[in-house]
Design a protein around this ligand. Structure first.
Ligand SMILES: [Zn+2]
Ligand SMILES: [Zn+2]
Ligand SMILES: [Zn+2]
Length: 470
């Protein structure tokens, strides 16, 4: 069934896990194992007017498709680049009168592309899109109901399509999207803006402590001639040295969950039991639920249990207040919670890390930088004890902590964190990614400020104040 070839990876039978990919040569940390353009992708319904449907950047003043009035683009260049993908969709939306939900739009884009180009669109694509796993047989009653609704809505949207498909085949496509769809983020990696299908990436199995990471690179859309545009594509990047023949893995869930919780999420969403080393040996579970041990004084097990359940309830309240935009309430709850946790939960306890994360984010937003920096530093210290040293989330968290320290005027710590983040992102994102380039600029800036600071503190503060007023 293998149809294409890749330079550094090949399909193999990964036993109980089914198909998998393994390295066909030795790889080093930071190497791009492969890059792949999306077979199809769509912008989320909620952001359809704020994100370009071609390059997936968030922009103000997007230009609207005059035909369907639904698709939005940066400019004519992006619109032209996307016309092949949008043409049939444009007609269908006009006919139905409004755009259906993102799932249905994606399924239709997949089918239109398959009719036009078949399910294989490049020499390096290893399997056809319709040969991917769908897990329809494993869906719960509730999920099956949702699937049925999607299929009904799809049929209405597709009603004028030239080719007709059986309900089973459409369900198969929806199943593929559900368990293989990859969330696409904006150009700064800050917000999820859409979902796409990358057929080779779908073949990479999960491990909670993976040897690869996947990153979306928006590529270059600034060239005037759209023929020179690089497409939306992902890169699979090696996090460490990988031996020839070793299986390539990525993580489908955030590592910062107890092994049992990660297993539960994977079972619910991806329909398999994770038996990775970290899950089977419960590695780091003890740290993620640890009691504080300040000066050798340990709280009782009952106390830890009490504060953990208090924290969980409090985190739910924090989330609700955050959604309501009541940031003063969020902070009040965070302070209350951190006070209870003091001398009871360790700095690597997940509940403490969650509160620190929210508190530093909200304080930064409110421009209370020095307190935000303090929380961000404690959070990052905890993260560093838990995450793989080249984890992308860790790199992003250290970057944010560095920026917060910089804003707080703690230039030395800020510069140190920014350098550290840069080192991680060079591996996880690569030197050409927009975020790495931003970080490079910041690093140069903080380096210069640090030099100035060391030469003459008072001149530094005057210049800094002037710069911030701009
Ligand atoms: Zn664009
Ligand atoms: Zn249109
Ligand atoms: Zn696992």
């Amino acid at each position: 069934m293998t149809v294409g070839r890749m330079e550094s990876a090949a399909l193999f039978d990964a036993g109980k896990k089914g198909r998998g990919l393994r390295a066909t040569k030795e790889l080093n940390g930071g190497d791009v194992v492969f890059s792949e353009s999306s077979f199809s992708a769509v912008v989320f319904d909620s952001l359809a007017m704020q994100v370009c449907h071609s390059c997936f950047r968030r922009q103000v003043n997007l230009h609207r498709c005059a035909q369907c009035k639904f698709a939005h683009y940066c400019d004519r260049t992006c619109q032209t680049a996307c016309w092949n993908e949008h043409k049939q969709e444009c007609g269908a939306i006009k006919r139905v009168g409004k755009a259906p939900s993102e799932n249905i739009r994606l399924a239709a884009r997949v089918l239109w592309r398959m009719h036009k180009d078949t399910g294989i669109v490049s020499d390096s694509q290893l399997v056809s899109v319709d040969q991917l796993e769908d897990h329809v047989a494993d869906l719960s009653q509730e999920d099956l109901k949702k699937l049925q609704t999607d299929v009904d809505n799809f049929l209405e949207y597709w009603s004028c399509g030239r080719k007709q498909h059986s309900v089973d085949y459409i369900s198969h496509i929806f199943g593929i999207i559900k368990c293989n769809g990859f969330t696409l983020s904006d150009q700064r990696g800050l917000q999820a803006v859409g979902v796409g299908l990358f057929p080779n990436l779908c073949l990479v199995n999960h491990d909670c402590w993976p040897n690869c990471t996947v990153i979306l690179n928006h590529g270059n859309q600034s060239a005037l001639n759209s023929a020179l545009h690089s497409q939306r594509r992902i890169e699979l990047r090696a996090l460490r040295k990988i031996a020839e023949g070793e299986e390539l893995t990525v993580s489908y869930v955030d590592y910062l969950n107890l092994s049992a919780d990660r297993q539960k999420k994977l079972k619910e969403h991806f329909h398999f039991e994770c038996t990775c080393e970290h899950c089977s040996k419960h590695i780091n579970d003890d740290l993620m639920a640890a009691a504080s041990d300040s000066e050798g004084v340990k709280p009782s097990a009952d106390k830890v249990k009490e504060v953990t359940s208090f924290s969980k309830e409090c985190l739910e309240k924090i989330e609700r207040s955050r959604i309501e935009g009541d940031y003063h309430e969020v902070l009040k709850l965070c302070h209350e919670c951190l006070e209870k946790q003091e001398n009871v939960l360790a700095d690597t306890h997940l509940c403490k890390l969650q509160v620190l994360s929210v508190a530093s984010e909200v304080l930064s937003y409110m421009k209370v930088f020095s307190e935000a920096a303090d929380y961000a530093r404690r959070m990052v210290e905890g993260y560093m004890k838990l995450y793989h040293p080249n984890n992308a989330q860790l790199g992003m968290a250290i970057m944010r902590a560095g920026v917060t320290h910089w804003h707080a005027g703690q230039i030395e710590v800020g510069h140190g964190l920014i350098c550290k983040a840069y080192g991680i992102l060079m591996v996880t994102h690569g030197p050409n990614h927009a975020i790495t380039r931003d970080l490079e600029t910041m690093r140069t800036q903080t380096e210069m400020e640090l030099k100035m600071f060391k030469q003459n503190e008072s001149v530094y503060h005057t210049m800094r104040d002037a710069a911030l007023k701009k």
